[in-house]
Design a protein around this ligand. Sequence first.
Ligand code: F6P
Length: 547
Amino acid sequence: MELAKLPAWQALQEHAREMADVHMRELFAADPRRYQTFSLQHEQLLLDYSRNRVDARTRTLLLELAAQRGVLEAAARMVAGEHLNTSEDRAALHTLLRAPRDNGVTLEGVAVWPQVQAALGRMEAFCQRLRERRWPGAGGEPVTDVVNLGIGGSHLGPEMVTRALGELATGQPRVHFVSNVDGADLAGKLAQLEPSTTLFIVSSKSFSTMETMTNADSALGWLCDAGIEKDTALRRHFVAVSANREAVAAFGIHEDNRFPLWDWVGGRYSLWSCVGLPIALAVGMSAFRELLAGAAEMDRHFLEAPPGQNMPLMMGLLGVWYVNFFGCQSHAVLPYDRRLALLPTHLQQADMESNGKRVDRHGRRMAVATGPLVWGGEGTSGQHAFFQWLHQGAQWVPVDFVGCATPEHSLTHHHRVLLANLLAQPRALMRGRTVDEARVLLRERGVDADTARRLLPHLVFPGNRPSNTLLLRRLDPRTLGALLALYEHKIFVQGWIWNVNSFDQWGVELGKEMAVEALAALNDERAAQGDQSEHELLDWCRRNGFD
Ligand code: F6P
């Protein structure tokens, strides 16, 4: 049945009208146990969703919507290997990459889990050699630096996790990331490195991504320019992570140096596969396995927890509530932990490439809004940048605050200040400041009547701005794995409710095709095919330094 015609959808529309003028202050005042009613804990993760514009009926109706859309049944079908990625006729089996045991899934007659285990075994052996300085570069000296060349899912997740778990890194090898085709990225990195002790991971599922292949060609050129023979460079200084065996071989990387990937792993869901090699190199394979275990535990929770206790389900439904019943077009993710600074960027791809769709899985134009713009930045720095907009902007958006109870450093006073801010912001967004409260404040500050009248409107905060608070006991590999899987499943929940295919990404194709055309024009291979604007811009570049 069409989404907007589902009974739960229609009931939610009606209910949203009732809730439109309800202030969360009233909800807290009416229920002294609101936190207990609207919070969930799973292992080392706590979700407080009490500061949302919801009451018990909202939750009931949202859960009914999930039931009417068959969300949890669909999740079971996903992990069983059904081809939910319909436009590409593929399974979406990233959960199997972290599954502790074989669930018997076969694709085209081949058992999947044993392949995953074999790949993990190869990663482990490789990591041991690198980490124990047993992988010699061209001159016989052990490799000390590894550069991951990859973009999108072949970069964002791995760098985010490597940074987040940075305290576990031994520094052998040092791990670097180059994703941008802007030469400043690669050149800047190479300037710090020694060719004879540097190894490149070319991480690309397709092994055809323009940015990654350009960087890989230049990296090979850098090694050869340093006097390393091409064959040696490819054997001792390059490994690949890719599903495209032929393209890897055509580049010159030996099959022994290729770590596998499969078409049933979407790029943005691939950090759990060999794409996670830079993570494992930096922090060790046992930490990487812990990361997988934490994610697997969240998978189990998602599949087995009752709907009302199900963390990814609740987070997904809350997002639907705001997108479809309050018209919110964006969602902010604000980590109050420096180590998680790249989380918003990773989630941007995970969420927006998955649910940024305007047609449903059958190709029909959507009648309702779908995935929001995901954005964010680290607290407390963001408080001095964009929080003004969050508190007093003319629009409001839901927010996720993410933080850790236990710091991994000895500056405990800093952590107290950080936590104080993390606790204060959701409350400030929820409560706001009324006109009366602003008046009292001005009086207490001894402001004269004229100035008070002038300042009053500026000191009023509407409040009623919703947020989730996600707390981790500490940022260890296991808890991080659970956190990332939580978001993956939240995205799945929303995609399934909206009936979009969360596992394809056709929207990135057109720009790629036009870049190929523009490159041909820049190379003078053919006249620019673009519009008049593109011709003029190209000419301007030629007249202003582009060679
Ligand atoms: O940006 C589009 C995309 O296809 C992503 O889905 C993917 O993560 C990224 O490009 C990189 O692709 P590949 O791993 O094939 O180089």
